[in-house]
Design a protein around this ligand. Structure first.
Ligand SMILES: [Mg+2]
Length: 365
C-alpha cells in the first residue's frame, strides 16, 4: 500500500498490540448476563519521529481478545514506512479488506489503527484531537449508565450519578413485563430528581410490535430516549417503532461504518444516533457519520470510549450527550473528567488515551 509523502511527514515505524483484562469497578448487569471485566486490546503505533499514538479496542468477550490482538499485529507489515495519514490509510485498508468485509474483528482492528494514528498525529502537533480536527475541546452534557438491576438497585445507582452532578442516567430495561419497566423508571426518576434526564435501553430485546406496545405505555414517562428497542439492523422495524412512538428512539452503537448509518437514516429508523467510535470505523468513520447526522439534522451521541468521544463530540455539529463510563479508568493515566455534569476534555493532548503503565502490566494477558 505505497503512498506518496513529503519528507517532513512522520512515518509509521512500529506497532504493538497488547491484550488486557480490566476488572470493572462495579460489575455491570445486563439482560444477557453479568459483565465484570473489559477485555481490551491496547494499540501503540510509534512514528519515526518517536511520537506514539494509542487506541483502545473493546472485544466484549475474552474469547475474541486473542484473535483481535493477532489481527491488529498482522496488519503491521501493511503500515510500516507509510506516512501517518489516517484517512488515507483507512481508505487503503478498506480496499485491501473489501472481499473479506470491514465489519466484525477486521473492522475493530482497522478502527484500532485509525484511532491510534489520529492520536499520534495530534501528539505530533501537541494539540488535542478536537483541535487537530479544526475545533476546540468543549463540554458536552453527560449521563451515567445503570445496569439491569431492578427498581431498588437502579434507584441507588441513579442517586449516585445525580449526586456526582451528572445531567442524565440511562438504565437497561426489558423486564418480563412493561409494568416492571415502568416501576424501574419511576424508582430512578424519584431517586435522581426531576431535573435529571432519564433514558432507557432495551438492548435489541423486543420485536417491533412488542416495542410499539410497550412504548404506548412508556410514552407517558417523559423519557429522553428509548434505545435499541429492536434489532439494531432491522431498520424497517425501528422505523415502524419510531413512527408509532412519541418518545424519541435512539440507535447506532451497533452499526458498522457509514453505510449502516446511511441505510438507517434513509429508512428513518431513529430520531437520534449514537456512534461507537470502534464500530463506526475510528475517527475517520466518526467524522463521516457526524457529517451525515448533521445533513439529516439528527442529534448525535457516543457509545463508551468517553475520552476520545469527548474530543469527537466537540467537533460534531449535532452533538447531544456524552455517555460516560469509568470501566477503563484503571488503565488510563488521565481519565476524562466530569465538571458540573459535563465532559471536561480541555487540556488533553491527542485523544486523551495515555496508559497507566503499572496497571496495564498488572492486567496483561
Ligand atoms: Mg445501548
Amino acid at each position: 500500500m505505497p503512498m506518496p509523502s513529503s519528507s517532513q511527514e512522520p512515518r509509521i515505524k512500529a506497532l504493538t498490540a497488547r491484550a488486557v483484562r480490566v476488572p470493572m469497578p462495579q460489575p455491570h448487569r445486563t439482560a444477557s448476563g453479568v459483565v465484570s471485566e473489559s477485555p481490551l486490546v491496547l494499540t501503540d503505533i510509534t512514528l519515526d519521529s518517536g511520537v506514539v499514538g494509542r487506541s483502545i479496542t473493546f472485544t466484549y468477550t475474552p474469547l475474541a481478545l486473542g484473535p483481535t490482538t493477532d489481527l491488529i499485529r498482522n496488519i503491521e507489515p501493511l503500515l510500516m514506512g507509510n506516512a501517518a495519514a489516517p484517512a488515507e490509510i483507512s481508505r487503503g485498508l478498506a480496499a485491501r479488506f473489501r472481499l473479506l468485509g470491514a465489519q466484525g474483528l477486521i473492522g475493530m482492528a482497522l478502527a484500532a489503527i485509525d484511532m491510534a494514528l489520529w492520536d499520534g498525529l495530534a501528539h505530533t502537533h501537541s494539540v488535542s484531537l478536537a483541535h487537530l480536527l479544526g475545533g476546540l475541546p468543549k463540554p458536552t452534557q453527560a449521563y451515567g449508565a445503570i445496569g439491569y438491576d431492578g427498581p431498588d438497585e437502579s434507584a441507588k445507582a441513579a442517586e449516585g450519578w445525580a449526586q456526582r452532578g451528572f445531567r442524565g442516567v440511562k438504565a437497561k430495561i426489558g423486564y418480563p413485563t412493561v409494568a416492571e419497566d415502568v416501576s424501574v423508571i419511576r424508582a430512578i426518576r424519584r431517586a435522581a430528581g426531576e431535573g435529571t434526564a432519564v433514558m432507557v435501553d432495551y438492548n435489541q430485546s423486543l420485536t417491533p410490535s412488542e416495542a410499539v406496545e410497550r412504548l404506548r405505555i412508556l410514552d407517558a414517562e417523559g423519557l429522553t430516549w428509548v434505545e435499541e428497542p429492536s434489532l439494531a439492523h432491522d431498520y424497517a422495524g425501528h422505523a415502524k417503532v419510531a413512527r408509532e412512538a412519541r418518545t424519541p428512539i435512539q440507535a447506532g452503537e451497533n452499526w458498522w461504518g457509514i453505510t449502516d448509518f446511511a441505510h438507517a437514516l434513509e429508512a428513518d429508523a431513529t430520531d437520534f444516533v449514537m456512534a461507537d467510535v470502534m464500530k463506526v470505523g475510528g475517527v475517520t468513520g466518526w467524522l463521516e457519520a457526524a457529517a451525515l447526522a448533521n445533513a439529516h439534522r439528527i442529534r448525535m451521541s457516543n457509545h463508551l470510549w468517553p475520552e476520545i468521544s469527548a474530543q469527537l463530540l466537540s467537533v460534531t455539529p449535532t452533538a447531544h450527550w456524552l455517555e460516560y463510563a469509568d470501566w477503563w479508568n484503571p488503565i488510563l493515566a488521565d481519565p476524562l473528567r466530569i465538571k458540573d455534569g459535563m465532559s471536561d476534555p480541555a487540556g488533553a493532548i491527542g485523544s486523551g488515551t495515555e496508559w497507566n503503565e503499572a496497571a496495564v502490566q498488572r492486567f496483561l494477558v
